[in-house]
Write a protein that binds this ligand. Structure first.
Ligand code: ATP
Ligand code: MG
Length: 446
């Protein structure tokens, strides 16, 4: 359903009530950005909103955590209608003490940024913009409604929302807002990691996350959001084209496609470089930084309460991020199969990370990378069973191994299973019979 038609329908249902387009949807319409969902505010109470839309909406629900909001769906379009609010914050828990209001201006005054505090009447089309939101839209500025320090005290999450809107809209942060945030950054731990995660996700999916990540550092927000960013400020000494690991990381993040696991993998791929750094007469080393990085990445993403599927995808990409850049023509077919097995369904993602990683590096570190990648792709297509490889399991299970060798549960069983899987990936073992023979030969004598 066209938004205009839906707005007409809503205007009819609320003919004797105030009803305004507000917030993100109005902001994005004024910017000429695509808008999918509609946000509206009204002086009708939630039970009344419900009654007025129920007869024509395809579905109606109460929006859980957003007190006083009714959600509805009509021909695939989603709408949220919220009763005007007049809430006050207790300044400690950031739990708003919500009260319903009757005045759209009071409702706008409790919104976070001027660009989000504009309203347009669906009845008259009149724009209400008491805080200069249109001026800031034109100047491409994120500014607080009212006194920045006070607004942050009410809800410290707004500090990170400010950075997120700068990133998503490619706006600048108002200087007064920047000063207030830098001063109040220590308040951020009042906010749960779940909510921080949502903002960080938005930042990482924006067109150029590096600017916002730098802003997080410059505004002193990194210590709580992602302290690891601060330790990445490590020059690689003894190198001509010395590039800070942080700079390299930020470039890599910008260069991967805007997808969650790719952006997080880019962000975390070198996270263990500082702690693995060493140097000797052969130069500078970061031994096992990819393995340790995968562990650190898991811990960081768990702290941010990311879903475990994302954590595993990212850890896999980090752990193997050196493999594709290091591909050589000399690799055996089984080395190619091993790569495909280790990356499984993340193979394409790993290629995307590798391309970005290499582009963000000194070209002399990865000579002829494009040709090598092309060749690797051809060999992958030849082997052509990535999905099958990804699902491969040892042909014998743990019980069978124990019975065959007459051994008790313990690390030895795992060793045997690893051996079996290795041989299967190499193509040396293709049946259960061969598996039994190989295990006997290899392990019975011990
Ligand atoms: P997006 O397109 O990212 O959803 P949005 O502006 O709709 O942008 P939401 O987080 O969905 O952002 O919030 C909807 C509106 O509610 C905002 O435009 C803002 O007016 C108000 N708002 C949301 N969170 C806060 C907050 N923490 N403090 C004050 N106002 C807020
Ligand atoms: Mg929204």
């Amino acid at each position: 359903m066209q938004p205009e038609n839906l707005i007409q329908l809503l205007a009819k249902s609320f003919a004797d009530r105030q009803l305004f387009l507000v917030g993100g949807c109005l902001r994005d319409r004024l910017l000429g950005r695509e808008v999918s969902d509609l946000d509206l505010a009204t002086n009708a109470r939630p039970d009344e909103i419900r009654r007025r839309v129920e007869e024509w909406a395809d579905a109606v629900w109460l929006v859980g955590e957003k007190f006083g909001t009714v959600g509805l769906q009509k021909n695939g379009a989603k709408v949220e209608i919220t009763t005007f609010r007049a809430d006050t914050y207790d300044g400690v828990s950031r739990k708003p003490e919500v009260a319903f209001g009757t005045d759209v201006r009071a409702d706008l005054s409790r919104r976070d940024f001027t660009i989000n505090a504009i309203a347009r009447s669906v009845h008259t089309g009149e724009l209400l913009d008491p805080f200069g939101g249109q001026r800031d839209l034109a100047a491409r500025l994120v500014s607080f409604v009212g006194d920045p320090a006070e607004r942050i005290r009410e809800d410290p999450l707004r500090m990170l929302r400010a950075v997120r809107f700068c990133a998503q809209l490619e706006f600048e942060l108002d200087p007064a807002a920047a000063v207030a945030i830098a001063r109040a950054a220590d308040e951020l731990p009042r906010i749960s990691f779940e909510r921080i995660r949502e903002e960080l996700d938005g930042i990482l999916l924006s067109p150029k996350p590096s600017d916002a990540l730098r802003l997080i550092i410059d505004l002193n927000l990194a210590a709580h959001v992602l302290p690891e960013l601060l330790t990445l400020h490590l020059p690689e000494p003894g190198r001509h084209h010395m590039k800070d690991v942080l700079e390299h990381t930020l470039d890599t993040v910008d260069l991967v496609p805007a997808e969650n696991s790719l952006r997080y993998a880019a962000l975390l791929h070198d996270v263990a470089k500082p702690e693995t750094f060493s140097s000797d007469e052969n130069g500078v080393h970061f031994y096992r930084h990819e393995k340790i990085g995968a562990d650190r990445g898991r811990a960081i993403l768990s702290r941010l309460r990311q879903p475990s599927a994302l954590i595993e995808r990212v850890a896999r990409l980090v752990e193997h991020h050196l493999r594709i850049p290091q591909y050589r023509a000399e690799w055996s077919d089984s080395a190619v199969r091993r790569l495909m097995f280790d990356l499984g369904d993340q193979l394409e993602a790993a290629i995307a990370v590798a391309e970005a990683d290499v582009k963000a590096s000194d070209p002399s570190d990865y000579p002829e990378f494009n040709q090598r990648l092309e060749e690797l792709r051809a060999r992958i297509a030849e082997v052509g069973e990535a999905a099958e490889l990804a699902r491969m399991k040892p042909l014998l299970n743990g019980e069978e191994v124990m019975e065959l060798l007459g051994i008790a549960p313990g690390p030895r069983v795992g060793e045997v299973l690893d051996f079996l899987l290795d041989q299967q990936i190499e193509g040396n073992i293709t049946s259960r019979e061969q598996a039994v023979t190989a295990v006997r030969e290899q392990f019975s004598s011990h």
